[in-house]
Design a protein around this ligand. Structure first.
Ligand code: DGJ
Length: 570
């Protein structure tokens, strides 16, 4: 959809409007005690680990921060070495550095206690020979809420491995979280996987992180109603969770605190006494139970090899009304605090695919120190916009789903990754210093303000003297590269500046160069001036609004880079 931008006042509105502030990572990420210990031991033994570097939490690989330019293959792809054979080189040619690939319980433990890692070993070999790293996705007890990847010996023995029951008492094809036998069987298999990785991947560090399970939660009911679940539901809320609420009352996420406070903010009682009756309480109860189970599984794995571990979360869709319409108990924003309280072995609560308002999603998934990381998202031109925004937001990286479908080696994700891989060292450095921001614009969000280095950078969708139409989307990255100096990269955006520090209010462009980065070095091209930087000419009208009319624009197509110096009028 395109909108008209055919008069100066609209253009000026775009230039001036301040819709959103720069979304920069706040400091303050505190690793919980078990995590801190595990990650210290990982750091000292060279195992990939998360590390707080200044303003960002980064993935450290072979002693250096690593930016994941990834892609997730479809669910069944990595179950076959032959199927993957032609895919690896295609992904390498598309400038990925990491592939997210499922490893399934069913396939690695076909008989109880007998593990078969033949396929995994070949995947490791082929990833390495294509110079790719891996993030493994553990399809264990659950994948998209259901238990379809459990081994046959689990599926055939529901007495030993009990299933969720709905409110009518019917069994669903979902392993119950209220069974120790389910949990321990999964934990044993996951531990075996990590033990194997320790044995075969200690030198290369091909595997960087693990996703534990996939999109967990009870579907089509707001909670499990099996006997053990009903019994737990009638018990007092466990002390561990109550203590966390009491200790963190001021910093609980507002949507969670509201549920608790609306029910009287009690510090003890049954689930319904503490959180009130209704599906929101069922969801909190299930979040506690999934978090407890998955924390145990992740912990068993970390005891063998302390790689970073995250979960992905099926998000609430516009048509969803109650938990159960979406998986109830997964780490949606309103129960993040429960997961943080109960699952210290999970380092990141990550979101799943979401097609609207990507900046809003990253904002919700980076509160209270949760490190931003996008393991499963869109490809295509929207994906290119997302990855720019994500890395500028401080994300560990980005990964579109069904990456093998992106056949064009010059497609938007491949182009974006090619561009960003040249800039990766600079991106990582500026993530740590908090001097970077991502820009993500659409016709619904045509402007974005970023505050960096004493200036507000007013970004807008690009308008040209000749064209009266706005592009559908624009995206970019802004770095503060020195005092009064910025590097900005982007597609279909433009930027103007106002100061945030005392002094003269009008900002001019002292010098603008286009150029590229090669191996971290700036290689200048044209000097941009004249028609390329004077966006508006009604100088007196602009001066009365403390504007110079100068700005920098970035054409459609492949992203371009400009380095610019600012000065202030007297
Ligand atoms: C989200 C899941 O996490 C993926 O494994 C995959 O099934 C996609 N949905 C399909 O869109």
């Amino acid at each position: 959809m395109e909108k008209l931008a055919n008069n100066t006042s609209f253009r000026r509105t775009l230039l001036r409007a301040a819709v959103l502030s720069a979304a920069l990572l706040a400091g303050g990420f505190q690793l919980s005690a078990p995590n801190a210990a595990a990650q210290q031991s990982a750091a000292s033994s060279g195992i990939p680990h998360l590390q707080k570097n200044g303003a960002a939490t980064q993935l450290m690989v072979d002693g250096k921060p690593f930016l994941v330019l990834g892609g997730e293959v479809r669910n069944s792809a990595s179950s076959s070495v032959d199927y993957m054979k032609p895919i690896w080189p295609k992904l390498a040619a598309a400038h990925l550095n990491t592939v997210l690939a499922p490893v399934t319980w069913q396939q690695i433990e076909p008989e109880e206690g007998h593990f078969d890692f033949t396929v995994l070993d070949s995947l490791l070999r082929d990833a390495r020979s294509n110079n790719l790293r891996l993030v493994l996705i553990w399809f264990g007890s659950w994948k998209n809420g259901v238990s379809s990847y459990t081994p046959v010996w689990v599926e055939k023995n529901p007495e030993r491995f009990p299933l969720v029951q709905n409110s009518s008492g019917q069994f669903l094809g979902v392993l119950s979280t209220f069974s120790e036998s389910n949990r321990e069987a999964d934990a044993r298999a996951f531990a075996a996987l990590l033990r194997h990785l320790r044995e075969v991947d200690s030198a290369q560090h091909t595997v960087l992180m693990l996703q534990v399970e996939n999109e967990v939660g009870v579907i089509s009911d707001s909670r499990d109603h099996c006997d053990a679940a009903n019994e737990a539901f009638a018990q007092p809320v466990p002390k561990e969770l109550m203590d966390y609420l009491a200790a963190n009352r001021d910093t609980l996420l507002p949507e969670f605190r509201k549920v608790w406070e609306d029910a009287g903010a009690k510090i003890s009682g049954t689930w319904q006494e503490v959180f009130g009756p209704g599906p929101a309480t069922d969801e909190i109860f299930m979040a506690w139970s999934y978090a407890r189970y998955i924390n145990r599984v992740a912990g068993a794995g970390k005891a063998e090899l302390p790689l970073p571990m995250f979960i992905n979360t099926a998000l609430v869709k516009p048509q969803d009304k109650v938990p159960g319409d979406y998986p109830s108990g997964g780490a949606v924003a309103q129960v993040h605090d429960v997961w943080r309280a109960i699952a210290p072995n999970i380092d990141i609560l990550a979101p799943d695919i979401y097609f609207a308002d990507f900046p809003g999603l990253l904002g919700r998934y980076s509160r209270n120190g949760n490190p931003p990381w996008v393991p499963e998202s869109a490809a295509g031109p929207g994906g290119a916009a997302n990855v720019f925004y994500a890395v500028g937001f401080g994300s560990i990286g980005y990964s579109p789903y069904a990456i093998e479908d992106q056949d064009d080696p010059n497609g938007p994700i491949a182009k974006a990754y090619d561009f960003l891989s040249e800039m990766a060292p600079m991106i990582l450095e500026h993530q740590a210093s908090g001097t970077i921001a991502g820009v993500w614009l659409s016709t619904d969000r045509p402007t974005q303000d970023v505050t960096l280095g004493g200036y507000t950078l007013h970004f807008a969708l690009r308008v040209t003297r000749k064209s009266t139409v706005l592009p559908d989307r624009g995206y970019g990255l802004a770095f503060q590269s020195g005092p009064d100096e910025f590097v900005v990269a982007g597609t279909d955006i433009q930027v103007t500046f106002t100061p945030t520090t005392p002094g003269p209010p009008v900002v001019g462009l002292a010098k603008v160069e286009e150029g590229t980065f090669r191996q971290g070095q700036w290689v200048p091209g044209r000097w941009l001036n004249g028609d390329d930087t004077q966006l508006l000419y009604d100088l007196t009208a602009l001066a009365s609004q403390n504007l110079s009319g100068e700005g920098v624009s970035f054409p459609a197509g492949d992203p371009t880079i400009r380095r610019l110096q600012l000065y202030r009028y007297p």
